[in-house]
Design a protein around this ligand. Sequence first.
Ligand code: HEC
Ligand code: HEC
Ligand code: HEC
Ligand code: HEC
Ligand code: HEC
Ligand code: HEC
Ligand code: HEC
Ligand code: HEC
Ligand code: HEC
Ligand code: HEC
Length: 327
Amino acid sequence: MQTLRAFSDKAGATGLMLALFATLFAFQPIANAQEEEGAKGDDYMPEYSRRGADECMRCHGDDESAHLNAIFEGPHGVMADERTPFGGNQCEACHGPGGDHAGRVGFGEERPPMPAFGPNAPWSEERENQICQDCHTEQKHGFWEGGTHQRQDVGCADCHESHVRRDPMTVASTQSDGCLACHTQQRAQVHRAFAHPVRHGEMSCASCHEPHGAPNEAMLSSPTVNQNCYQCHAEKRGPFLWEHAPVPEDCTLCHRPHGSNNPAMLTRRSPLLCQQCHSRVGHAGIGRSTDDLPGRNPSAFLLGQSCTNCHSQVHGSNHPSGSLLSR
Ligand code: HEC
Ligand code: HEC
Ligand code: HEC
Ligand code: HEC
Ligand code: HEC
Ligand code: HEC
Ligand code: HEC
Ligand code: HEC
Ligand code: HEC
Ligand code: HEC
């Protein structure tokens, strides 16, 4: 067993050496061949630049690049903190080694791109994510892997902005805009007449969802839909003497969490809401003729709150005689 392990280690080391030799000696031709295909891939590993950010600012310090400078005022720009990019490899901590890119380029030649985070960057998105995750281990060891966003190739930089003083994703009032850029269906919903106060920034998508992945339905931050709702609407949990069966089962049987055009974000208005499950037939006092239609003999069944005129405790009742959810 041990010999085997030692052997395979050696094989690994040899492989590494070979790869190193390949890059050292065969680098130019390979790079050129792959450049023609438009991608050098994750193996592209030039030298680091000699003077770090100073080197970059030589060319990226002009007015045209001024929008990049906000990074120096954000949490990534704290030079005194060696955990941050600017406490270490600076620009290249994120963009990868820039020796080729910052180097001399012959007349008529194209400047090689930085390895990561540029429109022409050769590294894959997965490799780019790793750069962020090497420092942000929580987003690595959490549920990121296998989460819906990871599986759909949504990268860290699709949500997070780096060249800003404050990343809009981490601010409740601006976060939803970032999410809704992709989630157009939810964009329509949160702008309906009755919705959680998301568009006003009092709540954010992350009040209910875990954008980095969660092992729950719809990446909710709680194991079930109802547990999620109870976090803020605890009074709906009960316990009730008289439960209404669908309530502990799933709030979304009656409510649309992102918004609806019906009051209280209901999926439909009463009586239709209730009549999905309850038949009119046999209900005390319900007319069975057209006399019951509104305008002719408007009844409490159709007016105002409709069924909830009488059955007002739809979420459950604690009254000794509340079995009909009416008190
Ligand atoms: C925390 C990681 C990080 C650091 C540090 C960083 N960048 Fe960036 N940079 C990015 C990401 C991510 C993008 C892609 C666009 C975006 O999301 O903002 C980017 C985009 C760019 C772009 C191309 C887009 C544009 O708007 O022109 C340039 C040029 C650039 N960075 C230069 C730099 C320079 C120069 C430095 C050092 C002063 C630096 N970056 C430091 C993450 C970083
Ligand atoms: C000698 C000038 C020069 C230096 C030094 C330089 N850059 Fe650039 N950089 C450019 C130019 C020019 C472009 C635009 C290239 C283009 O549009 O093809 C660019 C583009 C970029 C981009 C976008 C790349 C892409 O995929 O299109 C990034 C990111 C970047 N630079 C980062 C850096 C970083 C980080 C450094 C320091 C290690 C650096 N640059 C040093 C001239 C320079
Ligand atoms: C060299 C390490 C390093 C790299 C690389 C790095 N970060 Fe950071 N990041 C930090 C540190 C350190 C902080 C500040 C943490 C703190 O203050 O607790 C930070 C803060 C953040 C924050 C919080 C911002 C805020 O306003 O509160 C976000 C979001 C973030 N990073 C995303 C990213 C993304 C996305 C990438 C990749 C493009 C990245 N980081 C690359 C070290 C890094
Ligand atoms: C779908 C959008 C999205 C993606 C993709 C994403 N994030 Fe985030 N991230 C957020 C949001 C939203 C927050 C703010 C969470 C909050 O308000 O509770 C956040 C917060 C953070 C923070 C601040 C600390 C914290 O946990 O609150 C860091 C660091 C971070 N993300 C890193 C990453 C890294 C690394 C990746 C890639 C592996 C990544 N994020 C991918 C949306 C995203
Ligand atoms: C770059 C585009 C993009 C951004 C930005 C984005 N998402 Fe997504 N999201 C997707 C894709 C693609 C899917 C998978 C297909 C779908 O369900 O629409 C998805 C799926 C989801 C799902 C369903 C998960 C499941 O398992 O059913 C939730 C919830 C979600 N995103 C929340 C968010 C939140 C919250 C934000 C902002 C913090 C956000 N998304 C930002 C692209 C994005
Ligand atoms: C009050 C809690 C809550 C808030 C706030 C919230 N969601 Fe949801 N979201 C849910 C629940 C619960 C589900 C799953 C059940 C459903 O949609 O019927 C869900 C499902 C989703 C899905 C998957 C939809 C599908 O059809 O599979 C996406 C995508 C999504 N939400 C995106 C967002 C975005 C983007 C935001 C911010 C604008 C947001 N959500 C805010 C509770 C919430
Ligand atoms: C993070 C806290 C939070 C979570 C989680 C949450 N809500 Fe809310 N909910 C609120 C707030 C805040 C309001 C607005 C209250 C107001 O306007 O007075 C609200 C309002 C409502 C309303 C409308 C009340 C009205 O009078 O129109 C309904 C219905 C509702 N929530 C259902 C749900 C459901 C269903 C869930 C689970 C999918 C849920 N909520 C999860 C905070 C939350
Ligand atoms: C059988 C349908 C039904 C189910 C299931 C249901 N609700 Fe409701 N909900 C209603 C109706 C009808 C109203 C409006 C009548 C009213 O004001 O009580 C309402 C109103 C609300 C309101 C706003 C008024 C108030 O009472 O605070 C909140 C918040 C709410 N529901 C939360 C929830 C939560 C959380 C769940 C899941 C635990 C849930 N609902 C399950 C039918 C339902
Ligand atoms: C998703 C299906 C569903 C919806 C929607 C629904 N209910 Fe119910 N309701 C039930 C079930 C199941 C019971 C329990 C029936 C039983 O125990 O025989 C029940 C019980 C009741 C009871 C108690 C009477 C009894 O027989 O125990 C009343 C009253 C009631 N519902 C009224 C309403 C009203 C009013 C609405 C609309 C606001 C409504 N329900 C919406 C499924 C639903
Ligand atoms: C005018 C008041 C009133 C209105 C409006 C009303 N109900 Fe009732 N409901 C009652 C009374 C009273 C009973 C008890 C009848 C009995 O004991 O025979 C009852 C009984 C019920 C029961 C239990 C039936 C059973 O057979 O045990 C259900 C379910 C119910 N109603 C659903 C509804 C639905 C759904 C609506 C709206 C379409 C509605 N109710 C509208 C007064 C009302």
